[in-house]
Design a protein around this ligand. Structure first.
Ligand code: AMP
Length: 212
């Protein structure tokens, strides 16, 4: 079975995906990570996506859907955690129709991480990420032991460009306009599950585990 993990920016999708991967044999598909990789490699797709990602805007559906199709085609599994995809109704329909066809992907549940906006802002503005392994820290709540360096791999810890105040605002607006309607979409399909995303990452993970 595959799972969709969705919610507003800063809800903890990446962190919870990582925790789920430690206990269950899923393949992690994060469109945010795929896009950042493409940007770092300066591939044609990365060059096209960069201005959207840096500004906090959604990358066009056709680009993201193409990226996901390619990823699924390469992996010989039907057990994915979709992290940050779909983010629009068009993407959800593509996942259901075209992408399921090619990859025999079957979505069992869409887990929605629910976090109030004030907490999202606090999480996003303080978020720091390892450039090398993607481990997530928080400037105040969970700083790396050695300032500027990752506890896991020693890589450089940085602030994502789209975690700057202006881009955060754009991302929250994009979420409200394009991604929040997915709640209704998955409720209608009978796949929607709401998870309280407040508290420590361990507490939230406990709720997900109880549910699963
Ligand atoms: P994330 O790492 O999930 O927070 O994504 C970072 C950024 O990548 C987003 O703010 C968007 O600019 C872009 N992005 C990631 N996933 C998608 C998607 N499914 N559709 C459109 N844009 C995306």
């Amino acid at each position: 079975m595959s799972l969709v993990l969705f919610g507003p920016p800063g809800a903890g999708k990446g962190t919870q995906s990582q925790l789920m991967l430690e206990t269950k044999p899923f393949i992690h598909l994060s469109t945010g990570n795929l896009l950042r990789e493409a940007i770092q490699q300066k591939s044609p797709l990365g060059i096209e996506a960069q201005s959207y990602v840096d500004a906090g805007k959604l990358v066009p559906d056709s680009v993201v859907i193409g990226l996901v199709r390619e990823f699924i085609e390469k992996k010989k599994t039907s057990r994915f955690i979709f992290d940050g995809f779909p983010r629009t109704i068009v993407q959800a329909e593509a996942l259901e129709k075209q992408i399921e066809e090619i990859g025999a992907v079957n979505i069992q549940r869409a887990l929605f991480l629910e976090v109030p906006q004030t907490d999202l802002l606090q999480r996003l503005t303080g978020r720091r990420v390892c450039k090398n392994c993607g481990a997530v820290f928080h400037e105040l709540n969970n700083p790396p032991k050695k300032s500027g360096f990752c506890d896991v791999c020693g890589g450089e810890v940085y602030q994502r460009k789209d975690d700057a105040a202006e881009a955060i605002q754009t991302r929250l607006e994009a979420y409200e306009k394009s991604t929040a309607p997915l709640k209704e979409y998955y409720i209608k399909k009978g796949l929607f599950v709401s998870i309280d995303g407040l508290g420590s990452s361990g507490q939230v993970f406990g709720r997900i585990q109880t549910y699963l």
